[in-house]
Design a protein around this ligand. Structure first.
Ligand code: PLP
Length: 403
C-alpha cells in the first residue's frame, strides 16, 4: 500500500484494502514488518504528553519550550548511545528517505570540488538510487556496483570502481527485499583507503541487529523509527564529526543549524524509547525470529512447495524472501490478503507494480521462479501458530494450481 502520491484513487485503493483487512472477522496475521512495524506501547505512552500537553516549541525561550527541548536532548543521547555515536553526531529527520537523500545529495553538493563521482549498489532502496539519478542531472556520475546471487557486494568490485574523483560510496547495511546483510566494515575500509566518504542505509538493521558506527567505519548512517516499532515520519542521520553536508532545508537554526524546521518532538521521543526497547529485547527477538523462519521454511518444504530462498546466510532476522516456481507474487499476495495475511512482494512502494523488482533482477533469480517472489517479514509478536498458518495458506494457493 503506497499512499504517498496524494491522488484520491491511490488513497481509496489503500483505504479499501485497509478496511477489508480489518473487517472480515478472521484472525489477522501481520507478516510485513520490513514495510513497517506496529508502534510499541511504551513508545506511544512516552509520546502522548508531547502530543497533548507539552506542546511548546522546543526553540521557544519561555518555560513551555523547556521540557520539549530537554526531551529532544535526552532522546538524542539515548539514540547516540544505541549506535556507539556521540549525541552531536545525530540529526533528526523525517525518516529513512530524507536521511538517504540528504546523505547523498548533501555530500555531493558539499564536496563537488573534490570530485563528481559516486558509487552505490544495484540493490539499494530507491531513496538512494533516485538521489543518484537526480545528481546525474547536475553532472555527477554514479557507478552502480553489481551484486552476486545472494545480493552481496564484493570488496574487489568496489576496489575496481574507485576513481580519483570518487567522493562517496553508499552501500546499504541490509537489503529490505531479501534481507542480505553486507560486510559494511570491510567495504568502508576500502572506501577510506581511497579517501572517500562512506554512507550506509541501515534502515532495516537499526533496532534489529547490533549497530556500532565505529565498528562499521561509516561516515553517515540512515535510520527510520517506523522500522523498529517507533512512529512513522521520523528518523535520523548519523553524521560523523568532521563530515560536512550541504544543508538542503533552509530556515531556522534547529538541529545545530544543520536541519531547519521545528522538530517532531513526540516522534523523536517515541523513536528513542522504541529503539532502546528493541535493543533490550534484541537477543530474545533474534532467537524467536530465527525459530519462526526455520519453521516456515520447513513447513513449506515438507508440503512440496517448489521455492528458492533469496538472500545470504547473514540476514535481517525474520526477513524471508521466497521465489516460488511458476507462480505470480502479486496473486499470492492478494490471495493471502483475502485470507487475512499481510505480506509483500518486495519493497512496499513497489508492491502495486507487476514488473520484477530491481533487486530480484540484480540477484538473477531464474525466470521460472522470479515472478513468484514474495517477502514474508516476521516480527516479535508473530507466533508459531501464525507461521504454520502462513505456510499452509501458501501451500493451498500454490499446490492446487500445480497438482
Ligand atoms: N531504506 C530502506 C532500506 C528501506 O527499507 C526504507 C523503507 O522501506 C527506506 C529507506 C525509506 O524509509 P522511510 O519509509 O522512513 O522513508
Amino acid at each position: 500500500m503506497c499512499l504517498g502520491n496524494g491522488t484520491s484513487q491511490t488513497f481509496s485503493i489503500g483505504y479499501d484494502s485497509f478496511l477489508s483487512f480489518l473487517g472480515n472477522g478472521m484472525n489477522k496475521i501481520y507478516a510485513d514488518h520490513a514495510a513497517t512495524t506496529p508502534l510499541d506501547e511504551d513508545a506511544y505512552q512516552a509520546m502522548e504528553p508531547y502530543l497533548r500537553y507539552e506542546y511548546g516549541n522546543p526553540s521557544s525561550a519561555h518555560s513551555l519550550g523547556r521540557l520539549p527541548q530537554k526531551a529532544i536532548t535526552e532522546s538524542r543521547e539515548m539514540i547516540a548511545a544505541c549506535i556507539g555515536a556521540e549525541a552531536d553526531e545525530i540529526v533528526f529527520t523525517s525518516g529513512g528517505t530524507e536521511s538517504d537523500n540528504w546523505a547523498i545529495k548533501g555530500v555531493a553538493l558539499k564536496y563537488q570540488n573534490r570530485g563528481r563521482h559516486l558509487i552505490t549498489s544495484a540493490i539499494e532502496h530507491h531513496a538512494v538510487l533516485h538521489s543518484c539519478d537526480f545528481l546525474g542531472n547536475l553532472g555527477f556520475e554514479t557507478t552502480i556496483l553489481p551484486v552476486d546471487t545472494e545480493g552481496v557486494v564484493h570488496q574487489s568490485v568496489l576496489e575496481n570502481s574507485l576513481r580519483r574523483d570518487t567522493i562517496l560510496v553508499s552501500v546499504m547495511l541490509a537489503n529490505n527485499e531479501i534481507g542480505t546483510v553486507q560486510d559494511v566494515a570491510g567495504l568502508s575500509q576500502v572506501a577510506r583507503a581511497s579517501r572517500c566518504l562512506f554512507h550506509t542505509d541501515a534502515v532495516q538493521v537499526v533496532g534489529h541487529l547490533p549497530v556500532d558506527v565505529k565498528t562499521l567505519g561509516c561516515d553517515l548512517l540512515s535510520a527510520s523509527a517506523h522500522k523498529f516499532n517507533g512512529p512513522k515520519g521520523v528518523g535520523f542521520l548519523y553524521i560523523r564529526r568532521g563530515v560536512e553536508l550541504w544543508n538542503w532545508l533552509s530556515g531556522g537554526g534547529q538541529e545545530g543549524r544543520r536541519r531547519a524546521g521545528t522538530e517532531n518532538v513526540a516522534g523523536i521521543v517515541g523513536m528513542a524509547v522504541a529503539l532502546r526497547k528493541n535493543i533490550a529485547m534484541m537477543n530474545e527477538t533474534l532467537i524467536h525470529l530465527n525459530r519462526l523462519s526455520a519453521l516456515l521454511l520447513e513447513r513449506l518444504t515438507n508440503s512440496g512447495v517448489d521455492y528458492r530462498m533469496n538472500g545470504a546466510k547473514e540476514r535481517v532476522p525474520g526477513n524471508v524472501s521466497l521465489s516460488i516456481r511458476g507462480m505470480d507474487g502479486e496473486q499470492i499476495l492478494h490471495r493471502l490478503d483475502l485470507r487475512g495475511i499481510a505480506i509483500s512482494t518486495g519493497s512496499a512502494c513497489n508492491s502495486r507494480h507487476t514488473e520484477l523488482s530491481h533487486v530480484v533482477r540484480a540477484i538473477g533469480v531464474p525466470a521460472e521462479y522470479a515472478h513468484g517472489t514474495i517477502r514474508i517479514s516476521l516480527g516479535r509478536s508473530n507466533t508459531e501458530e501464525e507461521v504454520i498458518r502462513i505456510a499452509d495458506e501458501i501451500r493451498k494457493i500454490v499446490r492446487p494450481i500445480r497438482d
